[in-house]
Design a protein around this ligand. Structure first.
Ligand code: ISJ
Length: 96
């Protein structure tokens, strides 16, 4: 839960701290995305558009539950997943 800040400096300190946590989680998520490449036969399987839509529906619901903006959450996730698909495609190519 966000605290009420007394200055812009404090706001930015909070954001900087959260960015560190978010990036650590992106690193962990990315490691699992890379592992997924080992279990897929081709680039269509890497892209897995049905799974992408499942993730988007799930994170929109989670956003509503946890007090985040569902539209912002969806945009962030679509951009993140698009980048992870490129990462996974490169992993998949390297394995073949
Ligand atoms: C990690 C996977 O591969 C890709 C990446 C996804 C993601 O970042 O959530 C979801 C589906 C795929 O586009 C997967 O199929 O689960």
């Amino acid at each position: 839960m966000a605290v009420n800040c007394d200055s812009l400096e404090q706001v930015r300190e909070k954001i900087d701290g959260l960015d560190r946590q978010i990036i650590s989680l992106i690193a962990e998520r990315g490691a699992y995305v890379s592992q997924a490449a080992r279990f897929k036969k081709d680039s269509d399987a890497v892209r897995a558009p049905q799974r992408v839509e499942q993730v988007i529906a799930k994170v929109r619901a989670l956003a509503s539950e946890l007090g985040a903006n569902p539209n912002v959450t969806e945009e962030v996730y679509r951009a993140m997943i698009a980048a992870f698909i490129e990462q996974e495609l490169a992993e998949h190519l390297a394995l073949s």
